[in-house]
Design a protein around this ligand. Sequence first.
Ligand SMILES: Nc1nc2c(ncn2[C@@H]2O[C@H](COP(=O)(O)OP(=O)(O)O)[C@@H](O)[C@H]2O)c(=O)[nH]1
Ligand SMILES: [Mg+2]
Length: 465
Amino acid sequence: MIEDPENLADAIANFNTIQSERNYQQAQATLRRILDNLDLSQRERSGLEAEITELRDMLAKLDRSVFQVAVFGLVGRGKSSLLNALIGQEVFEAGVLHGVTTERQQVVWEVDNWQDEFDLDKDTPVALQEAIEFIDTPGIDEIEGAERHIRAYEIACQVDLILFIIAGDISELELQTLSQLRKAGKPILLVFNKVDRYPDADRLAIYAKIRDERVKEILSPDEIIMVAAAPMTMHAAARADGSMGISYHPGTPQVAALKWRIVEILQREGKSLAALNAMLAADRIQKQTIDRKMDSRDEAANDIIWQFVMAKAIAIAINPITAADVIGGAAIDVAMIIRLSQFYRIPMTRSGALGILQSIAIGMGGLTVSGLVANLGLSGIKGLLAILAPATGGVSIAPYTAVALTQASIAGVSIYTIGQITKTYLANGASWGEDSPKSVIAQILVTIDKHSIVDRIKQELGVRD
Ligand SMILES: Nc1nc2c(ncn2[C@@H]2O[C@H](COP(=O)(O)OP(=O)(O)O)[C@@H](O)[C@H]2O)c(=O)[nH]1
Ligand SMILES: [Mg+2]
């Protein structure tokens, strides 16, 4: 029974803390499990290194219990200055020169006593015991072309809070970047810096314009904050000659509102957010691993197909008449289908492979079933492959006649096509899917580039044009 409303609020607050703590631990456990169970071959691993590292970093981050805040914006908007102002020390290099910050840099915000620093209640929940890490980045406009959005997005995906710094009305490039960053699904604060440079009326007019027109679709009003990270104050001063002039001096940074907002977000959702971020990243990376597995399976299947393309091309190139008429036919095609079916772990018998070949023949609208079968020299498969082995091992078989090359090319393209169709069928779990074999085959046929296949066959045969 809960009667005291204050206790109820406490209970709820406590429950939330416990809940986010649980999410956090769950995220840690999940990440660890994914990393431990990454079942990738060398081939699959290559090209995924960056993602695996990201996952490890993410877990390390959860283990360290750190809340990351990254600043983005065009060069010279005061990103580095702002972080210095928040930390209260000149940790990041800032300056008037274009592009002082050239690399991503990170620094932990050391706060000895959160309660004192933020005037908090002694019993403020544990979330504030976390470390805050600030990440400074180079200006968006300093990175070339398409790279700039990709790089910013990658960092945004890893951090917990994004500060986007502007110093006046927001430009088209800034808007584009901002909506790109929004896709990372992280909380964003739009920080209007250098407000000391505008008279009150101008500053408020710019603020209203940004809020009501520019970012209306992307941000809510309470996500826009005005600061002055490194304000300059004007002083009237007497010159040596006695005349009066104006000199500028660094003033006191005005960043308290932003500091509060950061701490508020951290306090409210720090742990849950970190857990959520980790889960989002894990999910994304797991999808990529699956894609990569499929890709590398596909690559390996293509290698198999090519072995058979060359086997057939060589058989025909050596002796077009015998190979084409007697042992060529569909023997190698059948052997390829059987080999592919083993690779996809849906092993097929010779008659199963023949069935596929028949479907393909019909689907291609060409051969009749009986015509196809009549051409098969099934008994020749073993002997044929034995004959071909030394040839594929690099034995010189040139020169070929023009007729031989043409026939080899035709046969090569045809077996390659059959290989691609079979691969699609097998990768789909030995099924033509929703569509008819005919439409699947038609779709594959348009992707086949005959010229590049013939070029590659010639190249591998050592033929010069
Ligand atoms: N007047 C004024 N100048 C600022 C303010 N914040 C930064 N600056 C100046 O803007 C210039 C660029 O700052 P910096 O932090 O290097 O920008 P970054 O490239 O975004 O990291 C420096 O000369 C800063 O002193 C501010 O609030 N007011
Ligand atoms: Mg900088």
